[in-house]
Every structure is written in structure tokens, then in C-alpha cells.
Ligand binder design. Sequence first.
Ligand SMILES: Nc1ncnc2c1ncn2[C@@H]1O[C@H](COP(=O)(O)OP(=O)(O)OP(=O)(O)O)[C@@H](O)[C@H]1O
Length: 352
Amino acid sequence: MNRPVVGREQDAAESDRMDLKDWRARALEFEGEVGRAIVGQERAIRLLVIAVFARGHVLLEGDVGVGKTTLLRAVAHALGGSYERVEGTIDLMPSDMIYYTFLNEDGKPRVEPGPVLRHGSDLSVFFFNEINRARPQVHSLLLRLMAERSITAFNTEHFFPHVLVFADRNRIEREETFELPAAARDRFLMEVSIGSPTDDESRRALLFETRFHDVDQLIGALKEGVIDYRQINALAKIIQSSVVVSPAIEKYTLDLWKAVRDPAAANVSIPGVDMTRLVAGGASPRGMSYLIRAARVSAWLAGREMVVPEDIRDIFYECMAHRIFLSPVYELRREELVRSLIDQIFASVPAP
Ligand SMILES: Nc1ncnc2c1ncn2[C@@H]1O[C@H](COP(=O)(O)OP(=O)(O)OP(=O)(O)O)[C@@H](O)[C@H]1O
């Protein structure tokens, strides 16, 4: 089979062209390199790799000190682009993301680019920590950055074609927080949970292997630019147009979608739950199309040229859970109920 070829985004030199199989080998090398810095997070790393090649932004969920920053710095390093981290605080203003002012040594006011503008179009990983501590005005700026990969500043439109936004929501200290609006949440491809490793060997390594105690050294030891971040947009398009979704998988996905929107009509039940009231909304068309985008990448990473039901099921929870709205009465049991809902849907919707 003659596979499509991909060159650099701007300079498609013949020598740089590779087919999808070679790209897959590089993607797996990229995954392996990130895995050298992070222990016990194989699934989270795979999901992030899927997001990178699906060009989707990611919400991160997890405690403090579980390696989120290390993981994202490793991703940026292995992609070769720039990394930036911003802390969400209640007094953070949108302008703080764009520029900062100070007096120079001569006492004259100076304006310098802030975290978003500083790296120009090289920005590849933008980590917004505790995003729900920032005000809605900041969320809107982020929404624009995510949706259009551009912002307007100083009367100029700045483009960030390679940027992926990763945002962490602080779920524990909820006071003084602003929940992300649904429109912003829906623009994230997936929400990935990062936990503490549970196996003894990973825990032992984290505590006693000194390389895990110095993040700069840990990241510096990784191979830089295993995959060129400037080539991924073009590659992502080729993956999407090459990996096949059969009519049977199309029907399966549509049936799953129907069941999420109206579980009662699909005969899905959870003991003690009124299925006619459980789901209040969500599961947008954007969300479902992101799911398919991610499933195609998942199939490609597994060495297949077509999507199988497992590709859909494997990433369904991470792609859909953050965009399913429950009735307020069920919201407190959200995690448990959304998991059961998805499990029950898989059990009742026949797979091809
Ligand atoms: N799974 C892990 N693999 C590798 N290193 C880890 C892991 N979990 C924690 N660490 C180590 O713990 C320290 C803290 O990690 P890091 O700063 O990345 O966490 P974080 O989740 O971003 O924390 P915070 O939310 O407080 O910023 C680092 O030295 C890091 O190397």
C-alpha cells in the first residue's frame, strides 16, 4: 500500500519525508523518552501522546506533587518546543499573561512580553496550573488561545500554531475558585487523571533514586526533539485522513452517543438512579468528533489502519466525562456515576 508522506510544515524537503509507519516508530520513541522521566504513569503518558498527535488540549486531574510539571516538561523537551507554566491566582489578569511592566535601571518604564508571548510561535506546551483559581476574564483569553491558537496584543495578532494547552483544576481547595465555563471545558480533548504510583517498584524508585529529585537534571537527560513539534500539525492531518472508520464503527459511535444523551431510551440502568433525570446535557458534537480524532490516533499508535471498537472504548471516559452534565442532585456523586453510566452503556450497546 502506498502511504501518504509528510514533510515539514513550511519546508517539505524530500529528504525529510517519511511514511506513517516511520512516524509511528518515532511517536513510540517519543513516548518511551517521556516515560524515562515519569514512573508509574504509562496510561497517562499514552493518553498525552494521543492528545499530542490529535492536536488536542488536555485537562489534568491529580493531587499536588504527583509529577504533572515533570511530565509536561518532558513532553515539551521531547518535542523540542518551548514550555511555559502559569499559576492560576485570583488576582491574575489577562494582561499578566501577555505582558509585564517594570522600571529599568534608569527608572524608565519598560514593557516585556509575558508568559504567552515570550516564546513566540515556538510555544509548544502551555501549562495552566490551578486554572479554576483564575477569573473568568483569564478563562476567555485561554479559550481564544485554545480555539484559535492566537491572541491579539499590542494591536497585532500573534499565532501559536504548535501550542497545546494543559490545565489543572484544583479539586480540593474549592474556596475562591471559578469553575471553568462549559464552553472552555468542551474545548479540551480529554481530562487525564495523574495519580500517585501504586506499585512498590515505582514508589521505591521515586523515593530512593536521586535522579527523580532534581527535575532539571531529569529532563536534561532526555533526548531533545525526538519528534519535531513543527511537523506534527501536518502529520496529524495525514493520520486523520488515512486511518479508516468503517460504517460499522460509525454506527457504533452514534449508538454510544445516543445512549449518553438519553440513557433511559437506550435501556441503560444504574441501581437507585433515575435514568430519565441523570444526564442534564453535554456530550457535544465537538466532543464526539474529538473522540473519533483521538480514536484514529490510538489505532495508528497500535499499528492499525482502521479504528476498532476498543479504540473508542479505551479513550471514551477521558474524552467524554468532562463534557457530560449531570442533574444537580447527582453532581456530588459525579465520578462514580459517570463511570457507571459509561460502563453500563458499553454493556448495553452492541459492538460490531
Ligand atoms: N510519577 C513520577 N515520576 C517521576 N517523578 C515524579 C513522579 N511523581 C513525582 N515526581 C517527582 O516529584 C517532584 C514533584 O513533581 P512535580 O513538580 O512535577 O509535581 P506537580 O504535580 O507538578 O506538583 P504541583 O501541583 O505541586 O506543582 C519532582 O521532583 C518529580 O520528579
